[in-house]
Design a protein around this ligand. Sequence first.
Ligand code: GLU
Length: 474
Amino acid sequence: MSDMKVRFAPSPTGNLHVGGARTALFNWLFAKNQGAKFVLRIEDTDPTRSRDLMVKNILDSLRWLGITWDEGPFFQSERLKRHQKIATDLLEDGKAYHCFCSVELLAEKRKSSTSLGKVWKYDGTCRDLNQEQVQNMLQQKKKSVLRFKSPVRGSICFEDKVFGDIVHQMEVIEDFVLVRSDSKPTYHLGVVVDDIDMGVTHIIRGADHISNTPKQILLYRAMGKTVPVFAHLPLILGLDKTRLSKRHGASALTTYRDKGYLPESFRNFLALLGWAPDDGSEHLLDEELISQFSLKGVSKSNAVFDVDKLQWFNSQKLSILTAEKLLPYVKTELKRSGLWQTHYNSEKKVWLLKVIDLLKVRARLLSDFIDQGLPFFSDDFEIEIKAKEKFLKDESLRTLLPELAVRLKTLSQFGLEDTEVLLRAFADEKRIKAGLLINGARVLLTGKSVAPGIFDVMVLMGQNRTVNRLAKIY
Ligand code: GLU
């Protein structure tokens, strides 16, 4: 292990969405690639009523995505004393000061400044109060916040590993608040103190945090600590090129899990939201993602979230993965639908693997194993009206299919060849096209007009079920 350390620091103000998951994944890939440690820190200083549920959702989502952490989860809310202590140190060192300006006064000033077309920045009213003035106000129990004393001139420059050199002029950086009037530390203070205490060396996070970075660098410097490496990840947009939101169907990660996406394909898809391997390949196994990931490959341009592409990735992965690998996922789906039977794990396992192999090439989502697979797992399935109208409308099938059933019943071997030879010979004998029987049989056996090869279906359905279903045409 190197002494590098990254972290994922979500605020549990909502479920884990695509953007947060992409940040977590990039940190994880970086850590795995570099042998760095991965810290999980929940930044829960904004108390929301549903905090516990959100935290659970974040942890469940990370686990589903296969993201593991070496340290944590730490909860920022448990470290408030530490943040306050650092703020007091900064105050004592003259690097922070009490500000007694009321919220109303600041709102007023902000309003008049914006009405003049100026960008508001705290005007430093309390920056140069003398000791006595400060003591007086404190004694009068006047409400105050602690502000950081930012340098007035110069600029802050940092090298972002993705965006290159970024310069912010001090004129635009105000004396930002470190501790609120209710003694709660602000995000800037908490994040920097925690990153320092936890030994974080590389901060990989969304580009929406770029504007926070200069203030945080000022804090590192004020505390005499090494500034970590920063890498900001490009924004994720919807297909309409606006920032990704619920409108784009970008829902919580757990929704994708529940819809039947594989974590393998989701990882692969997420990894390509802002990163590409040198050779531009798109379908990568986890080992390849890890070995090829580098911050150099992260793009400055916004990434586009395309749910059709995700679905395509999913169908590709479903067809590539072995039935054995898919089995636990299919098992979960079967359990969820009440179709799981214990002997699927024992004497029927080989059969189940064959069914998975048959269905996986057409599956786009894990739920397709139920939608398409239901006739394999249960006799209780509907025959689609369209399929019936299309392939069972020929009157002759009313007698032909039950007759075919009788013939199939006589087979002593019920393999692919046996069933095919029998059906074709039967069609020849009746001077009809085999297709007529095949299409009709498909509808009766599966309820659908599109399904895997009919003889594969018959063999996996088994002789009894095939015969029974064909016999019961009306
Ligand atoms: N808690 C912050 C967020 O969820 C992240 C802080 C950071 O990465 O610096 O946006």
